[in-house]
Design a protein around this ligand. Sequence first.
Ligand code: 5GP
Ligand code: MN
Length: 337
Amino acid sequence: VDPASEQRRRVLRAIGERLLQARRVVLVTHVNADGDGIGSQAAVAAWLEGRGIETNVVNPTRVPDSLRFLLHRPDLVFDGSPEDAAALIRSADLVLVLDTSEPKRVGALATALDAGRTLVIDHHPPGPEVVGDLALQDTSAAAAGELVYDLIALFEDEIPSPSALGIYVALVSDTGSFRFSNTTPRVHQIAAELLAGGIDPELVFQRLFAILPRRRLELLREALSALDHDPDHGITWIVVPREVVSRLELTSEDFEGLVDHARSLEGTRVAILFRETADGGTKVSLRSSGEADVNRVARRFGGGGHPRAAGADLPAAAGVAVEQVVAGVRAELARGR
Ligand code: 5GP
Ligand code: MN
């Protein structure tokens, strides 16, 4: 595998040395964790536990059942109350935050993190505030999992096999199965090494994409029947109202990948998913074909992400959210020409 940049290795060496001196480490990722967040946590957990360091996974929202197979020991996941989660964080020697660096993205856990004991490994463009005082924020990485690969490779001749699975899933998840523009030659080199070490790509495909609960197909039916399109600007969107979320008993992991159906409509430059949440607000997911910077749009609504994939939580019902966000996207598209 091509070496990582000197800057990346320097920060990762400092982070790794601190981790290896700890006795108890807590790993945190962002709300509604995806395959990159959980895969990165699983990979670091297996590595540290192999080195005799007690490790726990403590997240602001529940670890999706569909991703628990990544953990080499399922009991590493803390599933208790937010108060107990904060206590666990406060009693750890160190906390490593993965796949985000923003206090807003770690929800209720943010107040329990003190910067001096908090390290960050992230690949998002930096937001207004960083949760730790030793942070790698490297937007040239395809996934946080790529940075975790580099971290472990600095200290081990071979990536331990439960870590390899987490890293592979992180790469698959954030590159859209090696299709998006972040799929660099280096991503393929890392994937090749992981496959040579025994990762079964078809098994990962089965677990992540091939077998879905019935409610997800019913959600897809609802979503496609609600598809909306602005042909003049190339904006396509889907609205999923509260009524559908509660009737189908949907959780946030059920929405993974749904916005890509909107993106696939011919002529789409920006695709948006609006999903109403229990608190009366609307969760928005934005995807860009590359012309528009949707991170800029999301930031205007208090969210963020990457230039081509971003999100925000709006404190408004879907009707209002659609009006505001579609207008924001039109303005961003106009800016780009
Ligand atoms: P998704 O639309 O799949 O939830 O997220 C796409 C990207 O945007 C991910 O990189 C995710 O971390 C980021 N993102 C999604 N929602 C938010 C949000 O509310 N705030 C911020 N800062 N980033 C978000
Ligand atoms: Mn990521």
